[in-house]
Write a protein that binds this ligand. Structure first.
Ligand code: CO
Length: 140
């Protein structure tokens, strides 16, 4: 990065895509004794979600909801599920966007700042410009 004005120092969540969040929730609560939330449907994001909360991090399990779910393609390539994206917190989404673009990284969804799953502004970075990982930046 060219400057440290918008330095990232906090992970908000890691999202794991699965075909069945109910089963995923049972596995994590039974095997590792984790605290698993109830299922929440987010039709505007095309996913159903459960949260597994830790002291320093949330893991979100996402299951496709509806025909145009954005995670369907990922699951067809990874039928057993897997890490879909990592979300980092930023203080100013507009500054973060500018910084990302200045460094040659494309932003998905035509570069639009969208309202994310937590009702906060987010952008997603193009994985092929960013070490092969889908990164979400969320203004907190
Ligand atoms: Co996310």
């Amino acid at each position: 990065m060219k400057n440290n004005k918008n330095k990232i120092d906090k992970v908000n969540h890691i999202a794991i895509a699965v075909n069945d969040i109910k089963t995923a929730g049972k596995v994590w609560s039974k095997t590792l004794g984790c605290n698993v939330s109830k299922i929440k449907e987010l039709p505007e994001h095309g996913v159903k979600v459960i949260f597994v909360k830790f002291l320093n991090l949330k893991i979100e399990f996402i299951e496709p909801l509806g025909r145009n779910s954005p995670i369907k393609k990922y699951l067809s390539k990874n039928p057993n599920g897997g890490i879909h994206h990592i979300c980092f917190e930023v203080k100013d989404i507009n500054k973060a966007k500018e910084q990302v673009l200045q460094n040659g990284v494309k932003i998905l969804n035509d570069g639009l700042i969208k309202n994310g799953a937590h009702d906060k502004p987010v952008i997603f970075l193009n994985p092929s410009d960013f070490t092969g990982t889908l990164v979400e930046l969320e203004e907190t």
